[in-house]
Design a protein around this ligand. Structure first.
Ligand SMILES: NC(=O)c1ccc[n+]([C@@H]2O[C@H](COP(=O)([O-])OP(=O)(O)OC[C@H]3O[C@@H](n4cnc5c(N)ncnc54)[C@H](O)[C@@H]3O)[C@@H](O)[C@H]2O)c1
Length: 284
């Protein structure tokens, strides 16, 4: 839809990606968009891809946390890494499969790539949800909302009211402390509600990935929440977690370090700990 390039949909289920591709092409044709969608069950068709978006894996069922998917999805994603190594070793990679931060780390380590090239999408989706709540609570246009969500894409997500604004005016001028708490709680819990209502989240994650790809393809250098490998930033090393990053044509070009207060740092530290515990279970 954003005319960023052709798309190959690759799945192990025969017919499914081909059917999706037909449906998508019919929409694009009517809209006059000349990007082509193709479906395939053959990884070899990945050859020459500039980007690989890793979504293979199972999703949460109602009542599950993202971390409950760790063992199953780590095995699937390791298999996908072997294919990327063979067919698209120089591509930029965006990991989406949950649990997002540990699996981003797994892909990075399995491929031995650098952190500019391999990143994860989790915070962008959390941000979409946070923005929606901010607009609803304040009654101000979604278009005026600037916000940030960092830390783990999971139980220790950190929506940052202190670093959010409505057209540059601090959000704290519009909401009470109680409303701030509520905004953070709702942002954390809303995915489970979508899953219990319709089984999976679809449109908002697709849009979130596109925003990341667009910033890289167009070298926009947008600051977006991204799961990235920390190398000393925020006082940590060798862990992938959501932080504000500049995305440009080199990929993840820079991590922005925010001055977190004690409460924020406490949640961020719990997020890092949770991801580190998960990472320990991988045999890399
Ligand atoms: N990071 C995020 O913000 C975010 C958002 C939404 C979903 N997710 C995660 O993304 C993953 C996929 O979610 P979904 O709702 O699209 O699930 P889904 O079940 O609709 O799709 C997953 C697809 O992966 C395919 N698959 C399994 N193994 C494969 C392999 N080895 N190679 C290629 N394809 C393979 C399955 O056949 C299936 O069609 C889940 O882990 C989910 O939790 C993450």
């Amino acid at each position: 839809l954003r005319e960023l390039g052709d798309v190959l949909l690759l799945d192990i289920v025969e017919g499914l990606p081909q059917g999706e591709a037909l449906d998508i092409n019919h929409q694009l044709a009517e809209q006059g968009i000349d990007c082509i969608a193709r479906g395939s069950n053959n990884y070899e068709d990945m050859k020459g891809s500039n980007f690989v978006v890793v979504v293979a894996g199972v999703g949460r069922k109602p009542g599950m946390t993202r971390m409950d998917l760790l063992k199953t999805n780590a095995d699937i994603v390791k298999g996908v890494c072997d294919k990327i190594k063979n067919y698209a070793p120089d591509s930029k990679i965006i990991v989406v499969t949950n649990p997002l931060d540990p699996l981003t780390y797994l892909v990075l380590k399995s491929l031995g790539g650098n952190r500019k090239q391999i990143i994860g999408m989790g915070g962008m989706l959390d941000l979409s949800r946070f923005k929606e709540h901010i607009s609803t609570v304040t009654g101000i246009s979604r278009d005026s909302v600037q916000a940030m969500v960092i830390s783990e894409h999971g139980e220790n997500m950190l929506p940052l009211v202190r670093f959010s604004s409505l057209s540059g005016i601090p959000l704290t001028e519009f909401v009470t402390a109680e409303q701030s708490e509520d905004l953070a709680t709702k942002t954390k819990s809303i995915a489970a509600q979508v899953i219990s209502l319709k089984g999976a989240t679809v449109y908002a994650p697709g849009n979130a990935v596109s925003t990341m790809v667009e910033s890289i393809v167009k070298n926009k250098k947008a600051i977006l929440p991204v799961s990235a490998l920390l190398e000393g930033e925020y006082g940590y090393n060798d862990v992938c977690i959501g932080v504000p990053c500049v995305l440009g044509d080199e990929g993840m070009e820079k991590i922005i370090e925010l001055r977190l207060n004690e409460n924020e740092k406490q949640v961020f530290d719990l997020g890092v700990q949770s991801v580190k515990n998960a990472i320990k279970s991988f045999s890399l």
